[in-house]
Design a protein around this ligand. Sequence first.
Ligand code: 5AD
Ligand code: SF4
Length: 436
Amino acid sequence: MKKVYIETYGCQMNEYDSELVKSILRSENYEFTHSESEADIIFLNTCAIRENAHSKIYGRLGEIKHLKQKKKKLVVGLLGCMSQNLRGNLDRSENIVDIFAGPDSYKRLPGMIQAVQASGKKEYDFSLSEFEDYSDVYPQRVPGVNAWLAVMRGCDNFCTFCVVPYTRGRERSRTIESVVTETERLAADGFKQVTLLGQNVNSYRSAGADFADLMVAVASVDGIERVRFTSPHPKDFPEKFLHVMAEHPNICNHIHLPLQAGNNRVLDLMARTYTKESFLDLVDNVRTTVPGVALTTDVIVGFPTETDEEFEDTMEVLEQVEFDSAYIFKYSERKNTIAYKKHPDDVTPAKKTERIVRVFALQKQKSLKRNREDIGKRLQVLIEGPSKKNPDEWMGRTDSNKIVVLAKRDFDKGDMVLAEITGATANTLFGHEIEN
Ligand code: 5AD
Ligand code: SF4
């Protein structure tokens, strides 16, 4: 019996993919361990989105090298986006990686492990598929409250800064039937919440059905108390979908709406297909149709050629929209992307830092303001487990995906608790349970 240790980096899709990998290996009788020193096989499921994602993995490979020196037969595999992106050409070839596999190659892993063990030679598989959706694999999830469920894979948007279309290939969607069947199984397995995943989730299409149809079908499964989705693109929010959100109480009132930049010239260079004005119109429309919806976003500062003045447009949109929270990044040049080929990374690191510091400060103020608006409200909180800071307190989330910390009473993981919100920071709400 061989023991496998898997470490996952990057987005929720990667978390999900690691669960697929576990399921595929388990059906071939592999066992899993939480201790890398006990493992016969170490897999790192990697990310390529920014250079620091690569750097982290190089650092880990340096550490794993020592394990491999002690245990010559240890098999090391690099899975996922960084593997696909570099296609085996690691900068600093630590020469310890035996298996390189991209996101569409996971069914081949058992065969690749056997081949390495038999021959000692390296194995590579970077084939990207237009069809592989793993709908025939039921991921091996850790029992809990939320289950990730990939409904589509790949991305056809080709935003000029982004490596994902190259690492995950073309868009493909699962059938509604396969998603609903899996959701029913999740409900039977005790999951209360399902988060539908896709690199571009709202471009889901299958046999004439769109994302709104899929959400209705999933929200109708008995036992699933909350349905979430991530990550969408602002280009695909038809009225029909917003009405579906408004009408289904178990579809959560939260939309992640990645802005990236607020200036029209920069948005055009990014190939985002919307303008500052059309983005602001969309926000108005979303807020009118789905009252009380929480909005979060992603922002990139220092895209090539972005001037100080153009950056102010991003600040202006953040000031105007008042997102509930935001992920903010410095532009990181990714090889082979359109931006890499056309526009040198010419905004200095100091400028990027100056801009990111300003966005952080503004957004912190806005997140705090938004969170404070919840003080005094009574909100349903789905309990996820003990709070990180204090095991005597519990942590859960509101419908709008805000974290709530509350005193431990007579409730458990997976319970829906009515809580009164009594305090807020920019990141967290505080409250206590009240009788229903
Ligand atoms: N540099 C910086 N941030 C990036 N993102 C994607 N590609 C890059 C890049 N090259 C950010 C975007 C995206 C989020 C997942 O990561 O904001 O929405
Ligand atoms: Fe990283 Fe993007 Fe790949 Fe997710 S899809 S692992 S964020 S590069």
